[in-house]
Design a protein around this ligand. Structure first.
Ligand code: SF4
Length: 217
């Protein structure tokens, strides 16, 4: 198979395995999605959903979050990785949203990326998931799978995002982002495989004999 054929195969198989993929982070509005994605860095989605269950009961808007204050936000999220940094970023982001964006989450990727604690991937998730605008959030897991499936040279996360956007129709970027993550969680863990075990790699590379090495992001 060439690269385009591999992409089509992956797209078809993922659609069969994970039809209508749902975003795993619970949220009530654009602001709570933004905060949940911010919290998910180095923290499992399950953990984020546990802490946000109570946090969003008391603070589901920038105004309420600012009123809650950094110390109480920290108390809610302290079981997440990097909690002190995240609590600070949540308060700063809430303040900027109120001061510069009338308390609303901007739809524009570049404006989102200006917010503290919000990188390109976080901004892409919000834009894609909430505002339904084409974006392809690529994290280290997607970066790893795209390499194992021969869909990118794997030079960097940015390069992987560019390669995937070229290979797939933008109408399907949102679903593919979730489906690749789900496939990784179910079958293809960070250290668990050398690229010769499961259906996907066996189908894409039937003659693969040697273990593959993936480049870190
Ligand atoms: S064979 Fe291994 S590397 Fe390839 S998709 Fe399956 S688990 Fe991942």
């Amino acid at each position: 198979m060439n690269k385009k054929e591999r992409a089509l195969f992956v797209e078809k198989k993922l659609a069969e395995l994970f039809p209508n993929p749902k975003a795993p982070l619970k949220h009530k509005n654009a602001f709570t999605l933004l905060i949940a994605v911010l919290l998910s860095a180095q923290t499992t989605d399950k953990r984020v959903n546990i802490v946000t269950k109570d946090l969003f009961k008391v603070a589901s808007t920038p105004e309420a979050m600012l009123k809650l204050g950094e110390t109480k936000v920290y108390e809610h999220i302290k079981t997440c990785g990097l909690a002190p940094k995240k609590a600070k970023a949540i308060i700063e982001t809430s303040k900027i949203l109120i001061d510069k964006h009338s308390g609303k989450v901007p739809k524009d990727l570049s404006l989102l990326e200006e917010l503290p604690g919000v990188g390109h991937k976080t901004a892409s998730v919000v834009v894609s998931e909430f505002f339904k605008k084409p974006a392809f959030p690529v994290d280290t897991h997607i970066h790893r799978l795209a390499q194992r499936w021969g869909l990118t040279s794997g030079k960097s996360v940015n390069q992987t995002e560019k390669d995937l956007k070229e290979l797939f129709d933008e109408m399907n970027w949102r679903n593919l982002h979730l489906q690749i993550i789900f496939y990784g969680r179910a079958f293809c863990t960070a250290r668990g495989c050398d690229g010769t075990v499961c259906y996907m790699c066996k189908s894409l590379y039937p003659n693969r004999k040697n273990k593959i090495k993936t480049l870190k992001a």
